[in-house]
Ligand binder design. Sequence first.
Ligand code: C2E
Ligand code: CA
Ligand code: CA
Length: 765
Amino acid sequence: MKRNRKKEKKAKKQRQVKGLLFLCLLLFAISVGALLVLNETRKGLIEECENNLLWEVQLTAREVSEDIENKRVVLETVQEMIVRSYGIGPEAIEALGDSKERYKMSHLGIVDTDYVYYDCDGDIIADTRTESIKKAMDGEYVVSRSVDEASGDGVAFFVPCMDGEEVKGVLVAKTSRETLLDRLSIKPQDGTDLVVDVSGNVILMADDFGNYLEGVSWEEFSKNGESWKAKGKFNEEMQLYGCSVASAMNKFGKDIYFAAANVSAYEDFYVVRITSSDVVEKEIRGSMVRIFLMMGFMAVFMLGVIIYAIIVYARNRREVYYTAYVDQLTGIPSKAKHKMDAQELINAGGKQYAYATFDVDNFKYINEMFGYEYGNQVLIHIAKTMEQFIKEGELCARVSSDNFALLLEDNGTKQELTDRINELFRRITEYREAEEVNASSLSFSCGVYRVEGKMDINTIRANANLARTESKKSVVDEIVFYDENLKTRRVEEKELEYEAEEALVNKEFQVYFQPKYDVESEKIIGAEALVRWDHPVRGMLSPGLFVPVFENNGFITEVDLYVLNQVCELIENWIKSGVPPICISVNLSRVHLYEQDLVARLNEVVKQHNVPPEFIEFELTESAFYEETESLLRIMSEIKAAGFRLSMDDFGSGYSSLNLLRRLPVDVLKLDRVFLEECDEDNNETRGKRIVMHVISMAKDLEMEVLAEGVETQDQKEFLQTARCDMIQGYFYARPMPMKEFELLYKGEKGLKATAHESVVEDNV
Ligand code: C2E
Ligand code: CA
Ligand code: CA
């Protein structure tokens, strides 16, 4: 038991460790999952940021493009007007002045074919052979960055003044950086723009641009190819689509995201939008927090679900365990658990075991008489005592109702084992005043099987149970050890069952008669019919050998009727031949009580032989009275109503209820032999004697006759005479004898001679 508890504890610990490991694994899996999700989210967010950046830069590029386009349209108009109305030279200056105001130019002037520049403000600059002007002289529309001390940073437009196909000069206009930057002023919240030309020269740059590069110039940054991530891809996309997005690391290790888009109106220009990783990180951080919160919530939720599941599982397990493995009434192991544990111990080897199984004799009568609650208390008391009784490494269990089992270590002799089990029974039946149950009157039937090596528990149990059933049959031995003879006896019993029917046909059953004597006159006043089996091989068998077998398979009802038939035949013959008949009793097994037409069958036999029913007495054994009280009462009344006599057999051998006796219509109370055993002491005033005297006087009060069975001595006879017992049956007067002998005895007593019939009977026997 204790060892088992240790094992259970160990198993529980193992389960807990496994559970913990599982939880850790789960948490780990959740964390890995979370990280993966976060990583993916991060990638997604970066991509989204990049896409936004690209989209915005394209928008700005389009606006810048529109701007440049508009300027060109305006300047085209101005150029046309100048060529047409004023001509290229100082004469155009005044007209240019108006336009400068109207179109918000910081400078407006015209260069003639000699490269002399006439500004609308009146300045004239000779020989302005710059790259852009030269290009414009060749008929090209040029836009370029312009830096000069007077007007500062800006963008210059060079528009060829065309007279038909001929270039007459170049209109030079300059917008200040501020005016152009208006376009770039719708800045993104986080980031800034710049406009560069095809060689990377900055055309326009927002003021805060430097902040993003942390002091590094754009030129330096853009050319530092190592810090770029996927520069190749960027360049390729720029070529193909005129826009792309990329990231690079600035010299402080911070990621810079930038997108560029070609300005379609002037393909040399690109708008670059730039933003630092801070923005992305901020976004990511926000999302991360949300994801973490969600994950955390999920983890907590899942953990909750898991813990709940574990609790429910554990509770179910416990319930299942308790219902399957623990006997609900007594709390000791159940049959299933016991079988498992016992098999395990036996299989482990190294130790010798004995398997004992026992039950309480007549337990159902305890229930019947004291109530089920009391019966349960008795069982609990037994279980508790057993639990305290066994040693470490031994087992006990309740197998079914009042059937218990023990697996005991068996290192000594058979006697030592018997002593140990008897000690258990002694402890169970020890009278303790404090306890609710008084188990002192309990007796047990116990079978023991000494286990030989590793064996199947079912075989072990079957052997122990066989020994127990054997123990039930015997009154003295409470503990029966299994041996091979028991098995042989079982086989023999089976053989008897097979042979029974044929034996009845072959008249192998014989009826013996044991006379009953009147206490006063000491004369035969009746007899009990007792069956014998004259077995062709095994010789004369006593009813103790076959009656229980036939009670088991129901065949006893046939035997009893056969006996009744023989008895009736005898009485019929007596009546016919003028012998005064006496009442003969026939034993009725309790198996009859389940027969519906019992009384009808009895009547039929009696009528066949014309025997008046008062010469037949039926003996019902005391134990038949505990159960089926109502149907028993009905059958008894029917038997009485049919005119038969009734006796209660073996009174005192079990739990007789004196109250029940009051309700039973019996004519004779047959006191069991156990009463006489108690009277054997010399002392006239023994308890046993007083009890017998009381029982006799009580029976008389109830108008019953009293017969004492098993009277063997003169003393017993004399005591019964003084106790005013009515009849005596026992070896003292006569043993059961064959019919012929009995007839002789009876007739001899009556002074009669043997009749012709007796000779026939003699021949038959
Ligand atoms: P029972 O009905 O209690 O029968 C009395 C038994 O006690 C008989 O045993 C008888 O031989 C024995 N006996 C009589 N006087 C004495 C005595 O002074 N000392 C001792 N030690 N024993 C004495 P028997 O004939 O072996 O019968 C045993 C039991 O078998 C009977 O007990 C009865 O229960 C059963 N039985 C016998 N014949 C029949 C039958 O025809 N039908 C049924 N159903 N049961 C029967
Ligand atoms: Ca009897
Ligand atoms: Ca009896």
